[in-house]
Design a binder for this molecule. Structure first.
Ligand code: MN
Length: 198
């Protein structure tokens, strides 16, 4: 069975950028629901419990049709949120370092340009979805967006960093002001964790 991962920091640790109540609801309610519905779907094909979720999302066409949409939505939701929690933390933010910084500069010019482009991508998603920094099979970085709980894995890309722009991720504190939430989120990115996703 898939399980809700514990956070490595407290719900209020990302204040004032992401508020404690949003973190608690987002993790305990929204993420838990994705996990529960993923498990319910997999119970129809229990042999798939043994496959890493990443493998299922990479090759959704191989997932039995009767649960494919559930795996895409709830499996994607579980995968995406697990990555989201892992790539944030208190006393983080700033610029990436090391090889990741070099790759960002190489692909986007410099960190400021990357930040601007990523922020625009996240702000422009119509409705619910995610903005991503992802790498192709040659290691080239790109910024993409996905709707709902879709994941770059399904497009053959490796997700390094993702920003959840579903309203449940920011509405309590920021209401309709998604750009303010996006601007605040840069202060909690754990770049060491992002680098490890590469
Ligand atoms: Mn979410």
């Amino acid at each position: 069975m898939h399980q809700l991962p514990l956070l490595s920091y407290a719900y209020d640790a990302l204040e004032p950028y992401i508020d404690a109540r949003t973190m608690e609801l987002h993790h305990q309610k929204h993420h838990q629901t994705y996990v529960d519905k993923l498990n319910t779907a997999l119970e129809k094909h229990p042999e798939l419990f043994e496959k890493p979720l990443e493998e299922l999302l990479k090759n959704l066409e191989a997932v039995p049709p009767d649960i494919r949409t559930s795996i895409r939505n709830h499996g994607g939701g579980h995968y995406n949120h697990s990555l989201f929690w892992r790539t944030m933390g208190p006393d983080k933010g700033g610029d990436p370092g090391g090889p990741l910084a070099e790759a960002v500069n190489q692909n986007f010019g410099d960190f400021a340009k990357f930040k601007e482009l990523f922020s625009q991508t996240a702000a422009n998603i119509f409705g619910s979805g995610w903005a991503w920094l992802a790498a192709d099979s040659a290691g080239k970085l790109q910024i993409i967006s996905t709707f709902n709980q879709d994941n770059p894995l399904t497009q053959g890309l490796k997700p390094l960093l993702g920003l959840d722009v579903w309203e449940h991720g920011y509405y309590l504190k920021y209401q309709n002001r998604r750009p303010e939430y996006i601007a605040a989120w840069w202060n909690v990115i754990n770049w060491e964790a992002v680098e490890k996703n590469g």
